[in-house]
Every structure is written in C-alpha cells, then in structure tokens.
Design a protein around this ligand. Structure first.
Ligand code: SF4
Ligand code: SF4
Length: 284
C-alpha cells in the first residue's frame, strides 16, 4: 500500500517523546519511498535513534548582503529599510549582524548606489542516510552560532519532497522553526504528557496548527491511567486524543540504549497503527 502523505510530529515542549513517535511511525509505515525529515535543526537526533547508515552530507547556505565600498557613501538607507536591525552604518563602515539577517534582500534591492551584492553565508548541512526497507532519514543540522533555522528547514524539507510518505520530526515549541516545519503538512500529531507542565505550550502549538489550517491530534506519552487536563483541552479545542502510550521503564531504558522501542513495548505497534488509521480516517 503506498501512502502519499506528510505527517508533522510536534510537541508543546521538548522531551515529550516526539522523536520516539516519529521514528516508530517510520519503522511501522515506511517503505523505500518514505522519508523521515528531522527539522529539529538545533538538536537533531532521529538519525541516531534509528541507527541510520553513515550519512552523505551537503552544505546549505543563505544569501546575506556584502557591501562594495567602492560605491557606498554611507547614506544609511540600507539600515533604515532593514526590518530586523541587522545593519548598522557607523564611522564609514556598514556592519552586518548575520544572526539577525533574514535574507530578505530588501537592502540590496533598495541601495541607491547599487553598493550591495548578496553572497552565500553557510548555515548548516543536510545529512542523508538510508534505513534499509524504510527509506531515507534526512537531517538538518544547523551550524553552531547560526540563529536562522527556517532556511535550513526549508532546504531539508525540499530534499525529501519526492518521498511519498514524509514524517517530519519538528522542533519543540511554537518558534518560527516549528511553524516552518509543520507548514504544508497534511496532519500534525502533537505529542504530550498528562502533566500540567507544558500545557500552556501545548495550547500555543494547537493555536499554531489551527492558524495554518492543518488538522491535528494528540498522542499522550508516559500515560499512567489519567489524562490530566488534556481531556478537557481536547474537548474545548475539538482536537482528538488519538493514542496513549503507557509509561514504561523498559521502554525508556530501551530508548536510551538505542534498542528498537517496538521490541521493548510490542503494544506500541498497535497503538501507533491505530493512530495512523485515525489520521487516514480524518483525511479521507
Ligand atoms: S544604502 Fe547602499 S550606499 Fe547607503 S549605506 Fe547602505 S550600502 Fe552604502
Ligand atoms: S537582507 Fe533583509 S534582513 Fe538581511 S540585512 Fe538586508 S534588509 Fe536586513
């Protein structure tokens, strides 16, 4: 059965188990035409969890302005048009703060003396590894000190766009990086815990999913027989709880030791297969 679908796996806060869910979904559903795309570019670890083969890497860069001082008269227009305060004209110098630049190109376009060219600025790499029988694992890895994750996230998603099943392991929270990661997905699974911690972050994530018009559902991880306030939240928002993964010391240990979680907790196969069945039902 070929699945043509993009499922984003996100979470309100870090550490709730979204990488566990996304890697298990690939193990259960993936075939040679599938990809797991890790867009948690500041801390990617899906490839590690899956023990994917040694990856091939490709550099990714974005365009930033470069001043040609043969033409610049330090008029200051570029700093004025920059919405992100990435440019400062000071003492016959135009300073660029790379971490603030969003590569919008406005300064180069609007410089009255055409004194700005755009040059490539390296931001990170895409690693591509194969997981025999389950397709590819694509990882975006941001360079240390680089603050702009979304251009790398776009690049790694583009690399995986031809896969029929695309599972996106998103960064936590509701940052620009999370929004860029879930954008264009058919469905967003939010992995959470039945504790008060992170409930506010989860609500914000649900708002982001709703804003983008993406159907969503919840998976409760480390479930101990109670849903906490999640049942009420599900009722208020209309976002269903699709599955509950029981708390298990053995599963946690297996995960930490790099063993297959589906072997450590066989019922996980049924739980996540049922989650997928409900996703398919919601999209049909
Ligand atoms: S707008 Fe152009 S000419 Fe003016 S300071 Fe910036 S680079 Fe120089
Ligand atoms: S490219 Fe855009 S964000 Fe970057 S410095 Fe120029 S105006 Fe600012």
């Amino acid at each position: 059965m070929e699945i043509n679908m993009q499922i984003a796996v996100a979470s309100g806060k870090g550490g709730t188990g979204k990488t566990l869910v996304s890697t298990c979904l690939l193990r259960i559903l993936g075939d040679e035409n599938s990809a797991l795309i890790d867009t948690d570019v500041e801390e990617p670890n899906a490839g590690l969890v899956l023990m994917a083969s040694a990856p091939e890497t490709a550099n990714v860069s974005r365009l930033v302005p470069e001043i040609d001082y043969n033409y610049c008269n330090f008029c200051g227009s570029c700093a004025e048009v920059c919405n992100f305060n990435a440019l400062l004209v000071l003492n016959e110098k135009v300073l660029l703060f790379h971490e603030l630049c969003h590569s919008c190109g406005a300064c180069a376009y609007l410089c009255p003396l055409a004194a700005i060219k755009e040059k490539e600025h390296p931001i990170g790499v895409i690693e591509e590894a194969r997981l025999p029988g389950h397709g590819r694992v694509l990882t975006g890895r941001l360079n240390i000190g680089e603050a702009q994750g979304p251009p790398l996230i776009k690049a790694v998603k583009k690399q995986g766009e031809r896969a029929a099943l695309r599972i996106i392991d998103c960064p936590p929270g509701t940052t620009c990086a999370m929004i860029e990661s879930i954008r264009d997905s058919d469905y967003c699974l939010l992995v959470t815990e039945p504790t008060p911690f992170g409930l506010h972050d989860l609500e914000l994530s649900l708002e982001a999913v709703e804003m983008l018009g993406i159907p969503g559902g919840l998976v409760i991880n480390r479930w101990q027989g109670e849903d906490g306030e999640l049942l009420a939240l599900s009722g208020q928002t209309g976002v269903p709880i699709l599955g509950r993964i029981p708390f298990s010391v053995e599963l946690a240990q297996a995960y930490m030791q790099g063993r297959d979680p589906l072997e450590a907790m066989p019922v996980l196969l049924d739980i996540l297969s049922d989650v997928f069945r409900q996703i398919k039902g919601a999209l049909s």
